[in-house]
Design a protein around this ligand. Structure first.
Ligand code: ASP
Ligand code: MG
Length: 324
């Protein structure tokens, strides 16, 4: 079998964790599989690099940020290859550009265009374990790009798609996908399976277990994604099409703390009032999510809605204008 295994930053945070992960990779390889490993930057490396940049320039260009941040993944892949060498296993580390990971030019949030398969195939044919940098690519100007925070998941699924891998395993610091965040809701249940659509919904409403673009790619190219922990041997969660194993009306709940609830009291109960408000918010480019309206009382009604926290100042300005 050809297996793609991705390990997140917390799974490769230090030498002991690298050794543990190398054990998982070695077991997979020694069982007779072809193995492609995708790694993220160790622990808080990416955040530390961002801090370093801001010490020098609070407003660096996105191009230079990508040049800086891609270093984190290169540290991880080279160290992992060295660990495997020590274990007398054949391994080779490769950057995004060495594997032909072509992206568009949106620095900091690049989208994958194509992934070449030749180099990875050649290395696999030499019986090597191939260790690839997640999160990075190259644009048409031969400049380095990154796929956005958490983008290594997307690298792994893209590689699994182009190589027609038999398995794509995403190892993380939780044991799988839960019905709610297990750190917040202690009796949350681990799901054995979940469909792409439900997973996408969870990922985009705050569940941090998978990068939402990796779920989109998985759905598009029908890559089954297994989410599991590198710390325990417990079975994980399979993200696949039409998961019918657990017929549930609600698959899970996610929390997003980056929202602001705005309530307007004393709105006139006349047609067109809500339209006037939301038209202004829309014109200001403010994304309104949930909207609630109360039953009118004494000719007045009350309207509540949520916006992103970063839009607070602009939202206040629009509401003040509206209330005039
Ligand atoms: N190291 C990058 C980040 O922290 C990519 C990743 O972790 O997937 O965003
Ligand atoms: Mg990371």
């Amino acid at each position: 079998m050809l297996i793609v295994q991705k390990f997140g930053g917390s799974s490769v945070a230090d030498a002991a964790k690298i050794e543990r992960v190398a054990g998982i990779i070695a077991d997979t390889y020694n069982a007779g599989n072809e193995v492609v490993v995708v790694l993220s930057a160790q622990g808080d490396t990416t955040d530390d690099l961002i801090d370093k940049a801001h010490e020098i320039n609070p407003n660096p260009s996105k191009r230079e940020m990508d040049m800086l941040l891609t270093v984190g993944e290169q540290i991880s892949v080279s160290l992992m290859a060295m660990q495997l060498e020590k274990m007398r296993l054949p391994a080779v580390s490769l950057t995004g550009w060495q594997i032909g990971m072509q992206t568009n030019s949106a620095y900091g949030a690049a989208r994958i265009k194509t992934v070449a398969t030749e180099r990875i195939r050649q290395e696999l044919d030499k019986n090597r374990i191939v260790i690839v940098c997640g999160f990075q690519g190259l644009n048409k100007f031969d400049d380095v790009t990154t796929l956005g925070r958490g983008g290594s998941d997307t690298t792994a699924v893209a590689i699994a798609a182009v190589l027609h891998a038999d398995k794509c395993q995403i190892y993380t610091d939780v044991e799988g996908v839960y019905t709610a965040d297990p750190r917040v809701v202690p009796d949350a249940r681990k799901l054995r399976e979940i469909g792409y659509d439900e997973m996408l919904e969870l990922a985009s409403t705050g569940a941090k277990v998978l990068h939402n673009r990796c779920v989109e790619l998985g759905r598009k190219y029908k890559v089954e994604i297994e989410v599991l922990s590198s710390m325990t041997d417990a079975p994980g969660t399979l993200v696949r099409e039409d998961s019918k194993v657990e017929k549930m009306l609600i698959s899970g709940v996610a929390a997003d703390r980056n929202v602001l609830l705005c309530t307007i009291f004393g709105m006139k109960n006349e047609p067109g009032q809500a339209f006037r408000l939301f038209q202004r918010l829309g014109a200001a480019g403010i994304n309104v999510d949930i909207i609630l309206q109360s039953v009118p009382h004494d000719g007045d009604k009350c309207m509540a809605f949520t916006v992103r926290k970063e839009d607070e100042a602009e939202t206040r300005r629009v509401i003040d204008e509206y209330a005039k």
